[in-house]
Design a protein around this ligand. Structure first.
Ligand SMILES: Cc1cc2nc3c(=O)[nH]c(=O)nc-3n(C[C@H](O)[C@H](O)[C@H](O)COP(=O)(O)O)c2cc1C
Length: 207
């Protein structure tokens, strides 16, 4: 007899030590990529440096058994179950478990930007549903097919910093130029008198 298809979604806080661990996501993925394909579990794991939000789908008993293990995993805490239910079709056939940092997701797929800041803990069922819907749309794009070869550094905090730098690149460049101008002005004032310092800053700005 075929078992009914079931889905479950929850969020949790990443344990503090895991935030800085280059192995956190890597280890979870290694375990998932052994268990999930063997047991017909598919889904995604979205995270930032504070939270996990995971969606899993598969045979009901398997999903319940997996969630029991997940609840006791020390790599996260305050596991909050959002939604469960029967489904008639799988949403993410080819993703045995896709790890996705929210900042990377927002760069690759613009509609996900509405979910930053990433606070899945506070989401009601409607918002969780919308978020899963965004992943489903992304799943159907050609980019999503290349994600099987996902090899970059997955450390939660590193991904967060990289994402923030990428997001604010232009602003940071302007700040850097202004800081250079200010420092050259102060240096010139220190070396010469302030008028010369001012004119040296101007000439730096022009060139
Ligand atoms: C956020 C998070 C997501 C996880 N997702 C999965 C998963 O999809 N599949 C899986 O087998 N293990 C997953 N794990 C790991 C399980 O909690 C557990 O450590 C693993 O299944 C091995 O359990 P076992 O030693 O009892 O067999 C996840 C752990 C965390 C912290």
């Amino acid at each position: 007899m075929t078992q009914s298809l079931y889905y479950l979604t929850y969020s949790s806080n990443i344990a503090i030590r895991q935030i800085f661990s280059p192995n956190c996501i890597k280890d979870i993925m290694e375990e998932s990529l052994v268990f999930n394909p063997k047991n017909s579990v598919t889904g995604f794991l979205c995270y930032d440096s504070l939270y996990f939000f995971q969606y899993i789908e598969g045979p009901k008993e398997t999903i319940e058994h997996l969630f029991d293990k997940l609840k006791h995993d020390k790599r996260h805490r305050n596991v909050k179950l959002h939604m469960t239910g029967d489904i008639t079709r799988r949403r993410f056939h080819n993703w045995s478990m896709l790890p996705m940092h929210i900042k990377r997701f927002s760069k690759d797929f613009q509609p996900s930007q509405n979910f930053i800041p990433f606070r899945p803990y506070d989401w009601d069922n409607g918002r969780c549903h919308d978020f899963i819907g965004i992943f489903e749309k992304f799943y159907r794009t050609p980019q999503a097919e290349n994600l099987a070869t996902f090899t970059e550094d997955l450390t939660p905090i590193n991904m967060d910093i990289k994402g923030t730098l990428r997001q604010h690149q232009a602003f940071l460049m302007v700040q850097l130029v202004l800081l250079t101008l200010l420092l050259s002005f102060l240096y010139a004032c220190f070396k010469m008198d302030w008028q010369q310092g001012f004119s040296s800053m101007l000439s730096f700005a022009v060139f």
